[in-house]
Design a protein around this ligand. Structure first.
Ligand code: R5P
Length: 313
């Protein structure tokens, strides 16, 4: 079967380069004066996608509205289907709307489920993302009913990169900044053969949104230790900064932050920078451009899955 990788960023082009036989096709977007968008797939021959496998890989840019990104993606998927593709794989490196995965207050939308419905109605066969926020008690597969939905974990590559770049000579203690993410701390610890992982206890006031954090039930000394705080994403930065303060007060020698998705605004990233962390590391699931942020690519991780799982089926 013919295979195409299409997208609007270098990300898709690099992805295509790692898939034998795949051809890259660019999407070029026009924005009309009233704000509506027209993502055109730059194909030059009719019937090119007929009976083909088309992989749509759209990377979100930090400065771009997620809603516009979503409309662009949906229009593109409908378009690929109309153009005759036999199989459509949607690669959404950062799983948007995945944080609203349950009704915490009456009347709230189940956005994760609705996003899945929209993508399925548009015609996807496979959905691939990296460290979806829908995991643990609310796995991704609960939201996609007709699609093969996969969330790859970039935690091992991120943890190994922290170990290498930090130059830490002793074992790095791995923590998550809340209990919901403890499995990420465990995965990081396993990846770098660290003997310890744990979690900070975080509670959030549902009305004000304010959080409080404390370290409970951890008996390992923090004084003079290297600490890695790992999470799926950073938005306001409040969760990471709150957790880091606890370790600073306990006399940690160095604090490294690692998160998969940098959803933070420029201002919120500056707040992280001001804390003076030894290393702040993320991935390219979202396109960012902060000189002091170390970015590790997830392209090889995704390509491995495409080449060994998707195309081998
Ligand atoms: C929470 O469940 C997530 O894993 C993150 O810890 C949280 O969403 C980060 O948000 P912020 O940076 O705004 O504290």
């Amino acid at each position: 079967m013919k295979i195409f990788v299409i997208g609007d960023q270098e990300f898709a082009k690099k992805l295509a380069a790692g898939i034998p036989e795949a051809k890259f096709v660019e999407i070029r977007e026009r924005i009309f004066p009233d704000g509506e968008i027209c993502p055109r797939i730059l194909i030059e021959e009719e019937g090119l996608f007929q009976n083909a496998h088309v992989v749509v890989a759209m990377q979100l840019e930090l400065t771009r509205s997620k809603n516009q990104y979503l409309i662009s993606l949906l229009l593109t998927i409908y378009n690929i289907k109309r153009l005759g593709a036999a199989n459509i794989t949607c690669i959404m490196p950062y799983h948007i709307y995945s944080r609203q995965d349950r009704e915490t207050r009456l009347g709230e939308p189940l956005s994760s489920r609705y996003l899945a419905l929209m993508l399925e109605n548009a015609g996807i066969d496979n959905f691939l993302t990296v460290n979806s926020h829908s995991y643990g008690k609310n796995p991704l597969t609960d939201f996609f009913e007709q699609t093969n939905a996969i969330s790859l974990s970039a935690i091992p590559i991120v943890a190994k990169a922290v170990k290498e770049k930090s130059g830490a000579t002793k074992d790095i203690l791995c923590f998550s900044p809340d209990e919901g993410a403890i499995m990420l701390a465990e995965e990081a610890a396993n990846a770098i053969n660290s003997p310890f992982f744990g979690a900070i206890k975080k509670t959030r006031d549902l009305n004000t949104g304010e959080i409080s954090q404390e370290l409970v039930g951890i008996d390992i000394p923090i004084q003079d230790r290297d600490i890695l705080i790992v999470d799926d994403l950073v938005s306001s930065g409040g969760t990471m900064i709150g957790a880091a303060k606890i370790f600073k007060q306990l006399g940690a020698k160095a604090i490294y932050l690692a998160y998969i998705h940098g959803v933070h605004s420029y201002e919120n990233f500056q707040k992280l920078e001001k804390e003076g962390f030894q290393l702040i590391l993320t991935t390219d699931t979202i396109k960012t451009d902060f000189p002091s942020l170390t970015v590790i690519s997830v392209i090889d991780l995704i390509n491995r899955w495409i080449n060994t799982q998707l195309l081998e089926e």
